[in-house]
Design a protein around this ligand. Sequence first.
Ligand SMILES: Cc1ncc(C[n+]2csc(CCOP(=O)(O)OP(=O)(O)O)c2C)c(N)n1
Ligand code: SF4
Length: 271
Amino acid sequence: MANYKDYMLFDKLPHTWCGGCGHGIILQAIASALAQQELDKHEIALVSGIGCFGRVDDYLNINCMHVTHGRALAAATGVALANPNLHVLVTMGDGDGSTIGGNHLIHCARRNINLTAIIANNYNYGQTGGQYSATTPRGSITATSVYGHVEPGFDICKLVEAAGAPFVARSTAYNPMQIRSLIKQGMQTKGFALIEIMDTCPTHYGRLNKMGNSAQMLEAVNDMTVPVEKAASMTPKELEGKFLTGVLVNKPREDYYTRYQQIIDRLVKQA
Ligand SMILES: Cc1ncc(C[n+]2csc(CCOP(=O)(O)OP(=O)(O)O)c2C)c(N)n1
Ligand code: SF4
């Protein structure tokens, strides 16, 4: 049985994240999802964008590509189409994946590109000093909304579901075993899989919004959630302000590569 350590680069540690940052929990969950599937490293390609979370690839002993901020999904689309046998993982922050890269997110879901997108949503741009992103909740304090944010935040899962994503799931950095399980399920889906992880940035978002120490912040994020199975018996009033966790959408449909290949095969036959 493979061990998560087989997929890590321990000589690159200590990591550069702040003490108490939730990103390390997700890194370990990614490595253990790969280990549990006993994947050959040459069958995996990970693409990450710029940002604190984007640095996960520094610590993984697999094929990785570190690309420009907001363009990880665009680069990963090329990788997935060039080699359909690869398991393509894409690691992004909420700034990277849903703000500057929001358009790629919508269209990857609509096109159903065969990859697994993992968004660590810590509700701000951690690396550049805690500015608001497209997921920052209304009223919260960030470096660029010092009197309270005026905009409402995106629900990333609802956004990609509406765009046609066949697999959509959510967890929190409080629950690494669930993250691991959802990543595995996402990777086993042929087509676009999105896993949002509600994460913590104690240095900026947590501090400015007085969410306590990093352990308290993890608990606070988890308290905002309800497992999807439990939600089924709750009223809309009880669910107000809550985020559902678990597998939210699982409706497989033909992916982009398969449909494209069908056209190629048809044209080759006709030639
Ligand atoms: C094209 C471009 N625009 C802006 C930046 C500056 N920049 C670097 S990281 C970042 C935000 C990262 O936030 P997020 O993706 O949420 O990840 P986190 O740091 O919170 O993990 C920004 C705006 C950049 N590097 N490139
Ligand atoms: S700034 Fe925030 S997101 Fe970046 S490493 Fe520090 S705690 Fe993590």
